[in-house]
Design a protein around this ligand. Structure first.
Ligand code: CA
Length: 240
């Protein structure tokens, strides 16, 4: 696949470029945000360093996301919780903090690509082998349509990121069941790496704030999540 590598550090770029080429990818490396925007449309996946000379990486991430939906992994020395949360909210599929192990990064790339490959055929797989899979699910005034990949709240469509939608659709496929964090991470992320585990909370927070219906995902403290009941019979949510 064709990768866009946005990295201003030559040594890091060379190490990453070599590792990617060894796995059969073609790579365009750019060191500036401006060039990243110029070349992002040709990319099948993106590795993005946040510390760039000409533009804040998070700002670049937001701009890239307006023109490109390719899988994107942030690779950065910034390890503050706040940076990670902002990166994921801005549309990153995953987040790897430097220094990282190359094998782990390559495994994450494979995971992110597998997920997006599955979705590119317009046949999302979030409902596989689930009762009622494929049909819209309603809870309160929130409707999740796994076939159309849309979420509406009180009849108006709400735009979730691909992964936020995957999490919500997964919960909606079996609304009566509580899903453990491990199960969700395994099904949606394809692994249960520690950083991905933090991603789950960030994505749930995104679902709650974008729908304006915090009760749509119910936290089962110390275990996992469930699709929230309609507001009429909803109990206090144990927010973690
Ligand atoms: Ca840098």
């Amino acid at each position: 696949m064709h990768a866009l590598l946005v990295e201003d550090d030559d040594r890091m770029a060379q190490a990453l470029g070599t590792a990617l080429a060894r796995r059969g990818h073609t790579v365009r490396r750019v060191g500036r945000a401006l060039d990243a925007l110029r070349h992002v449309r040709e990319a099948e996946f993106v590795l993005l360093d946040l510390g760039l000379p000409d533009l804040d990486g998070l700002e670049l991430l937001r701009r890239l996301r307006t023109v490109c939906d390719a899988p994107l992994i942030v690779v950065t020395a910034r390890c503050e919780e706040r940076d990670i949360v902002q990166g994921l909210r801005a549309g990153a599929d995953d987040y790897v903090v430097k220094p990282f192990r190359m094998a782990e990064l390559m495994a994450r790339i494979d995971t992110v690509r597998r997920r997006t490959d599955r979705h590119s055929g317009r046949h999302p797989d979030t409902g596989t082998a689930h009762p009622g899979g494929g049909r819209p699910v309603r809870t309160g005034d929130v409707e999740v349509d796994p076939a159309a990949r849309t979420v509406t709240v009180a009849g108006s469509e709400v735009r979730l990121t691909r992964r936020e939608f995957d999490v919500l659709a997964f919960l909606a496929a079996r609304p009566d069941e509580v899903h453990s964090r491990e199960e969700i991470l395994d099904r949606i992320w394809g692994d249960a790496f520690l950083a991905a585990s933090r991603s789950l909370d960030v994505h749930v927070a995104g679902i709650r704030s974008k729908t304006g219906r915090p009760e749509v995902v119910r936290t089962v403290r110390g275990f996992g999540y469930q699709l929230g009941p309609p507001p009429a019979r909803h109990e206090r949510d144990g927010e973690s």
